[in-house]
Design a protein around this ligand. Structure first.
Ligand SMILES: NC(=O)c1ccc[n+]([C@@H]2O[C@H](COP(=O)([O-])OP(=O)(O)OC[C@H]3O[C@@H](n4cnc5c(N)ncnc54)[C@H](OP(=O)(O)O)[C@@H]3O)[C@@H](O)[C@H]2O)c1
Length: 277
């Protein structure tokens, strides 16, 4: 098996690590780091209409000179844009800002009372080939089960906050059984993971940085991490994780740091009120 890709339920190849772009700065800054990330080997770029940086991401992709079809581009539908017609409109706006004519993976950013209707628009965009795969973010098992009742096509991906302090084992198990690929946002806990003693010891043992240990842990669990950095050295460091393997015993050490599903480094957007599952 090629570790650099995961195969989604519809047989689409998704790079096993992505480049996050939340808080990537203005269009120029964003274009610069996206171009750099592509140059050093990232092939998945994660953005969202909410990040306000789709123009910069599109510019970075163009300036990289890398063929569109070699890049796996992810963007998301924001909370204010739910509903069938609104989704189509928001999607077209994203295409325009990104200066592309298709998206590889389109995601619902947060669960919403209008999930079912929005999802019909996602299925339509998928069927007409404007998106290669469709998915959701921040869906708990209850949200996925609810969607199952009305969906014709189930999400291929669920992107949620996952890191050693919140490993979401039950959700991972559910997603594996239902052929839904999990993607980890805040995979290195926005840098907070760096003070943990056990992880520091593992970094010394494997002669890797702490970020690399954590990112490798995600890969070995079959979860796709999408670390963000605006620093060239760290952008490069974060993708240098395919030349070593963490032993089962050491994976268990990281697994044991889990403090539960509700541990979060981010907080939840205020207008998200449909998270009660
Ligand atoms: N679907 C959702 O609801 C959702 C929510 C949040 C995020 N996301 C996506 O997930 C991506 C990643 O999550 P995130 O940005 O919240 O957190 P993250 O990737 O866990 O952490 C990013 C932070 O860690 C620092 N950092 C990066 N690499 C480092 C390294 N090797 N050593 C030390 N520090 C390092 C970065 O600073 P520097 O920039 O200075 O390197 C930045 O402050 C986002 O960018 C976004 O694309 C999705």
């Amino acid at each position: 098996m090629n570790e650099k890709y995961r195969i989604l339920s519809n047989d689409i190849k998704m790079p096993s690590i992505g480049f996050g772009t939340y808080k990537s700065g203005n269009d120029e800054d964003t274009a610069k780091i996206v171009k750099y990330a592509l140059e050093v080997g990232y092939r998945q770029i994660d953005t969202a209409s909410f990040y306000g940086n789709e123009v910069g991401v599109g510019k970075g992709i163009k300036e990289s000179g890398i063929k569109r079809e070699e890049i796996f581009l992810v963007t998301k539908l924001w909370n204010d844009d739910h509903g069938y017609e609104n989704t189509i409109k928001a999607f077209n706006k994203s295409l325009e800002k990104l200066q592309v004519n298709y998206i590889d993976l389109y995601l619902i950013h947060w669960p919403n009372k209008l999930n079912a209707e929005t999802w019909r628009a996602f299925e339509y965009l998928y069927k007409i080939g404007k998106v290669k795969a469709i998915g959701v973010c921040n869906f708990k098992i209850g949200h996925l089960e609810e969607l199952k009742a009305t969906a014709e096509i189930m999400p291929m991906v669920n992107q949620v906050e996952i890191h050693p302090l919140s490993s979401k084992d039950t959700l991972l198990d559910y997603c594996n059984k239902n052929n839904i690929q999990l993607v980890a946002w805040s995979p290195i806990m926005r840098g907070k993971v760096f003070s943990n003693e056990s992880i520091i010891a593992l970094a010394e043992k494997y002669k890797k940085t702490i970020a690399e240990i954590i990112l490798r842990w995600h890969i070995q669990r079959g979860v796709i991490p999408i670390p963000k950095s605006s620093n060239e050295e760290r952008i490069k460091e974060n993708i240098d994780i395919f030349d070593f393997e963490i032993s089962r015993e050491d994976m268990n050490i990281i697994d044991s740091l889990n403090e539960g599903d509700n541990v979060s480094v981010s907080g939840v957007p205020e207008n998200t009120n449909y998270l009660d599952f």
